[in-house]
Design a binder for this molecule. Structure first.
Ligand SMILES: Cc1cc2nc3c(=O)[nH]c(=O)nc-3n(C[C@H](O)[C@H](O)[C@H](O)COP(=O)(O)OP(=O)(O)OC[C@H]3O[C@@H](n4cnc5c(N)ncnc54)[C@H](O)[C@@H]3O)c2cc1C
Length: 298
């Protein structure tokens, strides 16, 4: 099926950034469509950290992550969201972009906004011996940690974030990270320092032992310690099933991210990228950063 009337925008990805862009286009009465590869919309907050309280969405008070996508009022443009769909081919025909969808539908657009985030995720596992029955990868309910002893493994955004949040309700939180520098912005590090979490930097998890203990080893002096736990939360990141940009081989990528200029333009005319899928110097992967990027385009 081919539709000759060109959309103002085709948006790829219905995570927070794509939905924010759609909300703006809806308000401006523009003609657009969003294609979303998943069955459900919402992106990382809905799937990876639904019960986390997020406090840095512009114009919003604290909000549980699973509700973030509702801020963008998708009900108003429900009919313009095509789930279970991705782009198979995209090529310029003069100033217009011809897009073939996985459903075989062909649409034309004056602009394309890529908001495909990091792609789909498979969680990296703990990878040490021992009983894993109280090892958690995806936190969906923080109440279970109330007055419990929690060990968090990892040193990225999610590990630090959970340490800060869970330390408010848990009996104790220990954060164990094998590196020497946490992979988070300074302000997140500061939040961690002011929380009650105990941080084991440059330590590696070795084994889960009977009586609910986890052995950790200092990478420098090689000494070992056993930390008791009720729960272990593993935040070793994900194996990312890369977003595929095979729909247009000329799109300039760096580590599978779309290289954009200061106006979010890719190297191809009228094709933009915002959110976690794009890269430029000093890029942070946050919803706020993605929203600010969309503001430059729409
Ligand atoms: C544990 C954790 C905690 C975080 N906490 C915060 C926080 O407190 N505050 C904050 O601002 N940020 C936080 N972040 C980061 C934030 O979630 C991301 O920056 C944000 O989700 C990026 O939004 P996005 O729309 O660019 O990408 P995503 O959320 O990844 O959404 C991309 C969407 O595109 C879809 N897609 C992918 N490929 C295709 C394709 N080919 N065709 C169609 N659709 C496709 C995906 O299915 C997905 O729905 C956190 C991240 C993690 C992992």
């Amino acid at each position: 099926m081919e539709e000759k009337e060109a959309l103002d925008f085709l948006i790829i990805g219905a995570g927070p950034v794509g939905l924010y862009a759609a909300m703006k286009l809806q308000k401006k009465n523009k003609n657009f469509l969003i294609v979303e590869k998943n069955k459900k919309i919402g992106g990382q907050p809905s799937f990876l950290y639904p019960s986390k309280i997020v406090s840095n969405i512009p114009g919003q008070k604290e909000i549980a992550a699973h509700g973030i996508f509702k801020i963008f009022k998708p009900a108003a443009f429900k009919k313009k969201i095509l789930t279970n769909t991705h782009v198979s081919k995209m090529e310029h025909e003069g100033k217009i972009i011809k897009i073939k969808l996985s459903s075989d539908r062909v649409v034309y657009a004056k602009n394309v906004l890529i908001c495909s985030g990091l792609g789909s995720h498979t969680t990296n596992e703990i990878g040490i011996p021992g009983d894993k029955k109280r090892v958690i990868y995806t936190v969906t309910n923080t109440h279970i940690f109330k007055d419990k002893i929690v060990v968090i493994l990892g040193g990225g955004y999610s590990a630090v974030d959970w340490a800060v949040q869970i330390s408010k309700i848990a009996k104790s939180v220990s954060l164990v990270y094998r590196g020497t520098k946490l992979k988070v912005p300074k302000q997140e590090e500061e939040k961690l320092s002011s929380s009650s979490s105990k941080v084991f930097m440059n330590w590696t998890a070795q084994e889960i032992v009977d009586n609910d203990g986890i052995i950790i080893k200092n990478n420098e002096i090689k000494s070992e310690e056993t930390l008791p736990f009720d729960y272990i939360i593993v935040q070793y990141g994900c194996v990312i099933q890369k977003v595929s940009y095979s729909f247009n081989k000329e799109l300039k990528l760096n580590w599978n991210k779309v290289v954009v200029d200061k106006k979010q333009k890719s190297n191809l005319a009228n094709i933009y990228a915002c959110g976690d899928c794009c890269t430029y110097e000093g890029k942070f992967n946050t919803i706020k950063a993605g929203m600010e990027e969309v503001d430059k385009v729409i």
